[in-house]
Write a protein that binds this ligand. Structure first.
Ligand code: MOS
Length: 733
């Protein structure tokens, strides 16, 4: 292994992006293209009795109106946890059923966007309404014990180690508290957008996605096509955050409209509709019981959670998989339940389970530190571990203690006085300093890679990956450049495109740990091929020089890479568009990424306004391949955490159903003024058991623990223990 840190090279696609040369799906404009808009259901639940499309059809330039009567021969995409392709099994507009407010009931395509929107607004529906519930007050029949549900096991079984109930009952020091978190919507800057076009029986989809394969195979399934008849092209997504990690409901509608019209159709889902037409982070409630001995050793923990799901799907949770692994706690019991509500199916959003689990658990850890009158950093250090709680396997790398020590040093933690309300700024604001840690599974997926060097010096790598702004192109370029001895900006990554090697969802923070070792192996194969091509050996020559000397214009290799212990037929699964994920439990070891956050809050005494002027985050994500983009991801993840803790909430009105947010004025995300200094440090120690480069993942571990660190800092500032997110001014009045 080349054990030197990677250089801090610029983002490889920066130049394309600032010039506006990076084309996103909604930027796509092609001759003869029509624009589509959706009409949506205005009841909370029920069925369509009749649809009147006459007024819509009378709008000039309208070319097509699609309703459920036109789509009855199509199939639903299937549920991702049952071998399907979408985070919601239900595809709207295949029947008159209305499962939730805001569900599409008709598509209008017109020559202009204005005409499409105007006509969609004139679709008139009559409904037979049915009772619904969008709150957490559900009857007992709507509470599902996940462990007894049809969801796949052991992935969604309850996690248990030792005898937590007995150990908790006997523990001399205890915390028992309930925490709640609201529904939240991802709201990436780029809206859901599809351009669909048919060419000689082949469907071509341009869409910003984290999962080109699910669009290809899912549409093939829905439309009854051979997957070879579907191409998905997604060079960039303008933010994913989990929203775009499987087939969306608008894609099929755009594809059908394009087929009917024989012309390309663009469908952009407006922000207001995304609150219903995309997944979301479900509402959750957590009861944490934590027991310690008098020295501060954590001896027992019980994490019971309830999470919102839809009526038609069970969106599972894995809260204990995070909270149970933050520390070495010998007795742990998790129990996860799902509550059925009449909304679209929730999905993965920015550390879907880890964010909420760590908010609850790390708040409770702070609480027990105060109960014991122990420094919260010291208590955490004293409960560190090198063994996995549930499997008893060794952790292949865990540098939590170093994250805490370096973070404390950089933050100046030793200057903190323990008592709540004991630190004040010159302007009278209360100062609070809080700490929390996070853990996130280090998963990997199988990859097939095609690597080509050209005599002009360019290198092209075709691999399964999606660029949603996180910097995966830069990570791919960094490893290929290092291995082949070429400049990173000569490496072009062909990704998010089903016309090349098989694609796989880029999610779960497994992107870099999957593509980097795969690209590294492909580069090794290329070096061997170059050596074979050069009579005197490849040493000292660039690939381009070797090609020129050999009179070749290109040289191509293909290679495969899989996670530790993955079976050989994993590549067939990958080619079939199925998930090919491994980890965090591997043969003989377990791997997570870790983080420690140190947060300063200031609470203005008159208004109680809460500010977060300063965050120090120290990350253990294995080897950092692309320092520039990794650091940017950490800043972004901290911003997610500030939004998740203090701003973002999707609101419901039990009278009307659905969500009532409409735009970014009502769904409040952090703005520049909300963000102070975010200092980032990496441990940058490779994990050689996980892969040859020693990469773990970075994206989602970052949000994990931010909310708790903020809540803990607010407690330190004010003496108020706030257990409900988002934390707002009114909670401190
Ligand atoms: Mo991400 S929430 O794992 O797509």
């Amino acid at each position: 292994m080349n054990d030197t840190p990677f250089p801090n090279t610029p983002r490889v696609d920066a130049y394309e992006k600032v010039r506006g040369a990076a084309i996103f799906a909604a930027d796509d404009a092609r001759p003869g293209m029509l624009h589509a808009a959706l009409a949506v259901a205005k009841i909370g639940k029920g069925r369509i009795v009749s649809l009147d499309t006459r007024a819509a059809g009378a709008v000039p330039d309208v070319r097509l109106i699609l309703t459920h009567e036109d789509l009855a021969d199509l199939k639903s995409p299937g549920y991702i946890f049952a071998g399907g392709y979408a985070v919601q099994s239900f595809q709207p507009m295949l029947s008159p059923a209305i499962l939730y407010r805001g569900q599409p009931i008709a598509l209008v395509a017109a020559d202009t966007l204005e005409a499409a929107i105007e006509a969609a607004n004139r679709i008139d529906a009559t409904y037979a309404a049915e009772p619904f519930n969008v709150t957490f007050d559900v009857p007992p029949d709507d509470i599902i014990a996940q462990a007894d549900s049809p969801l796949p096991k052991p992935a969604f079984a309850d996690l248990v180690a030792g005898d937590a109930d007995k150990a908790f009952a006997e523990a001399p020091v205890k915390v028992d508290a309930v925490f709640t978190t609201p529904p939240q919507h991802h709201n990436p800057m780029e809206l859901l957008a599809t351009v669909a076009e048919w060419r000689e029986g082949t469907l071509i989809i341009h869409e910003g996605t984290q999962n080109a394969a699910s669009i290809r195979h899912g549409l093939a399934h829905e439309l009854g096509l051979d997957p070879d008849r579907v191409q998905v092209i997604s060079p960039y997504a303008g933010g994913g955050f989990g929203q775009k990690n499987s087939l969306q409901m608008q894609t099929l509608l755009a594809a059908v409209a394009a087929r009917r019209l024989g012309k390309p159709v663009k469908l952009v889902v407006p922000r207001a509709q995304i609150f219903h037409d995309a997944s979301f982070r479900p509402r959750s409630r957590h009861r944490i019981r934590l027991g310690a001995d008098r020295t501060g050793r954590l001896v027992a923990a019980i994490h019971e959670s309830d999470s919102q799901t839809s009526r038609h799907d069970l969106f599972p949770t894995q809260h204990a998989a995070t909270s149970g692994r933050l520390y070495g706690i010998p007795n742990f019991r998790g129990r996860e339940r799902l509550l059925r509500t009449d909304v679209q199916t929730p999905g993965f959003m920015r550390g879907p389970w880890e964010h909420v689990a760590s908010f609850a658990f790390e708040s409770a850890v702070d609480e027990i530190a105060y109960t014991l009158d122990q420094d919260p950093v010291e208590l955490r250090l004293a409960n560190d571990t090198s063994t996995d709680t549930f499997t008893q396997l060794p952790l292949s790398s865990r540098h939590v203690a170093e994250c805490l020590r370096r973070g404390a040093e950089r933050f100046g933690w030793s200057r903190r006085s323990m008592a709540p309300g004991s630190m004040r700024a010159n302007d009278g604001s209360l100062i609070g300093w809080g700490v929390a840690i996070g853990a996130y599974p280090a998963s990997v997926v199988a990859e097939i890679v095609r690597l080509t060097v050209l005599a002009d010096g360019d290198v092209v790598i075709n691999v399964g990956a999606h660029e949603m702004g996180q910097g995966i192109r830069s990570a791919i370029a960094a490893i290929v450049a290092r291995k082949l001895g070429v400049p990173a900006d000569r490496v072009r990554a062909e990704i998010g495109d089903t016309r090349g090697v098989p694609q796989h969802p880029t999610a779960g923070s497994w992107g870099t740990a999957s593509v980097v070792p795969a690209a590294s192996a492909a580069a090794d194969a290329m070096l061997k091929a170059l050596n074979d091509l050069s009579p005197s050996g490849a040493a000292g020559q660039t690939p381009a020089q070797i090609l020129k000397a050999a009179g070749r214009s290109t040289l191509e290799v293909e290679s495969r890479h899989k996670g530790p212990g993955q079976p050989d037929d994993i590549y067939d699964q990958l080619k079939a568009g199925q998930l090919a994920i491994d980890g965090p439990i591997y043969p003989g070891f377990v791997t997570f990424s870790y983080i420690a956050h140190f947060v300063e809050v200031r609470v203005e005494p008159g208004t109680r306004r809460i500010r977060v002027p300063r965050v120090v985050s120290v990350v253990d994500c294995g080897r950092v391949v692309s320092p520039r983009t990794a650091e940017s991801q950490v800043r972004g993840g901290v911003v997610w955490g500030i939004g998740g803790a203090m701003r973002e909430a999707s609101e419901v009105d039990p009278r009307y159903g659905g969500f009532i947010n409409n735009d970014l004025a009502e769904y409040v995300v952090p703005v520049n003024a909300d963000i102070g200094a975010i200092e980032v440090e990496f441990i940058d120690k490779p994990d050689p058991r996980l892969n040859s480069t020693g990469v773990k993942g970075v994206g989602e571990v970052v949000i994990t623990g931010v909310a708790a660190a903020i809540a803990n800092a607010i407690y330190h500032a004010t003496g108020r223990r706030l257990r409900d997110l988002p934390i707002r001014i009114e909670h401190l009045l």
